[in-house]
Design a protein around this ligand. Sequence first.
Ligand code: AMP
Ligand code: ZN
Length: 116
Amino acid sequence: MGECIFCKIAAGEIPAKKCFEDDQVVAFHDIHPLRPTHLLVIPRKHIASLAHVGAEDEPVLGRMLAVAQKLAVEHGSDDGFRCIINTGRVGGQEVSHLHLHILGGPEPVGPMVTKI
Ligand code: AMP
Ligand code: ZN
C-alpha cells in the first residue's frame, strides 16, 4: 500500500505526533484536531475500512479499543470521550486506512452526527 498516508505514518516514513505504538497498532494526534483531545488509532496492517476487516483482524480491533481507553485516560478524559470509526462514503471516511478517532476534552463533544 505504497501511497497510503497512514501506512507511511505507521512505518515512520512521514512525520506524525505519535503517542503510542506496539506491534499491532499506532496512535497519533489528528493533524486537524476538532477537540482538545483528538487522536487516531490505526492498525499497522493496511485495512481499507471497517467494512474490509476479516475474522483474522478481530484481535487488532480489540487492541485498537483497548489502546483507545488507555490513551483517553492518559489525555485527561476522566469525564468521558467518544470513539468514532467513519466507514466508506456514507460514513464520511476520507482516509482509506481503518482508523479510530478518539475525541475528548473538558466539554461534551456534541451531537453524534456532527461530521468529524
Ligand atoms: P476520516 O474522515 O475519518 O477519514 O478522517 C481522517 C482524519 O485523518 C481527519 O480527521 C484528518 O484530519 C486526519 N489526517 C489526515 N492526514 C493526517 C496526517 N498526515 N496526520 C494526522 N492526521 C491526519
Ligand atoms: Zn494503509
